[in-house]
Write a protein that binds this ligand. Structure first.
Ligand code: GUN
Length: 299
């Protein structure tokens, strides 16, 4: 961010990028979720999140731990069903069905990825769409497509919430999303178009990605490649959003954006950790509250 100061007749320009941290946003807004959770509980339906995890995967376990913590913070119930890595297809489908039909559970998902022997199953379509806090079920994606969303995919929802909290306007802006996955890239493109942004999706087969990233207002990177974006990708005065969580050789976490390389050349950038990740977890709990409320209204 260019800060312009006039002192003693001299114009002083100082280059300083803004760090788009999520901590203050969550601290400021979590009270609201706690209150909503209390009201739903008083009305007779306490929000309850159920997660199915197949096998052991350290990244998945970390994500689930963060989701459990946020449930505890807002006063929602949480339960994790752990299935063995070699669980049979029959037992896996039975567990999903049980979760879908348990009336005490108001939000649920299967943590992805699942083991290879189950990967032919289109899990996202098996989740009860009313309880689909991930927002991956086609019923919920169609609502997003029609600009009438109910349960919006968590990372896209978290990114838009973060931008809104920092008063970064997206209407009329050129946004480049790098990554076309169904968890982030695709639903994020829909959400931003609904907000009147002009969206370009780049991916592994895009020729000359830099020609897109240098000529846009906002770059959102979700490709899962450590430090992929450096200053050679940049144009002027841009906002950078980093969705990546990658582990380096020395066991530290880093994003898809080389933070230290870009930080003095952008208007604003999200850190990793402490940027998009916590916003995603926050959105999941917002969806849990929304799903619980919808279920209660229909009773
Ligand atoms: N694995 C990585 N991210 C996600 C997510 O948002 N939802 C689910 N269900 N699994 C994931």
């Amino acid at each position: 961010m260019e800060i312009y100061r006039k002192s003693l007749g001299f114009k002083v320009f100082r280059s300083m990028s803004k760090i788009l941290s999520s901590k203050d946003i969550i601290d400021k807004n979590v009270k609201n979720l706690i209150e909503k959770c209390q009201n739903l509980t008083k009305s007779g339906l306490r929000p309850k999140l159920e997660v199915i995890l197949v096998g052991s995967n350290s990244a998945s376990e970390l994500y689930i731990k963060n989701k459990r913590r946020m449930c505890e913070l807002v006063g929602a119930q949480f339960n994790l069903t752990k299935l063995k890595e070699n669980v049979s297809q029959e037992d896996f489908l039975y567990a999903i069905n049980k979760m879908n039909n348990d009336s005490s559970i108001t939000g649920c998902f299967v943590q992805l990825p699942i083991p290879k022997h189950l990967s032919h199953i289109n899990v996202t379509q098996l989740i009860n769409p009313q309880k689909d806090v991930d927002g991956f079920h086609s019923e919920n994606i169609i609502k997003l497509y029609n600009n009438n969303p109910s349960l919006i995919s968590c990372t896209p929802k978290g990114i838009v919430n973060l931008l809104k909290n920092y008063k970064i306007e997206v209407e009329g802006k050129n946004v480049v999303i790098i990554g076309r996955g169904f968890i982030v890239g695709k639903p994020l493109a829909l959400l931003l178009q609904n907000l009147n942004a002009t969206v370009t999706i780049c991916h592994s087969k895009t020729k000359d990605i830099k020609s897109y990233t240098r000529n846009c207002d906002i770059i959102i990177c979700a490709i899962g490649k450590a430090n992929f974006i450096d200053k050679s990708f940049l144009g002027k005065n841009q906002i950078l959003i980093d969705v990546g969580i990658n582990k380096t050789k020395d066991g530290k976490f880093c994003g898809d954006i080389n933070f230290n390389d870009v930080k003095d050349h952008v208007q604003a950038v999200t850190p990793v950790p402490g940027g998009v990740g916590p916003m995603t977890v926050y959105s999941l709990i917002e969806n849990l509250i929304e799903a619980t409320d919808n279920i209660l209204q229909k009773r």
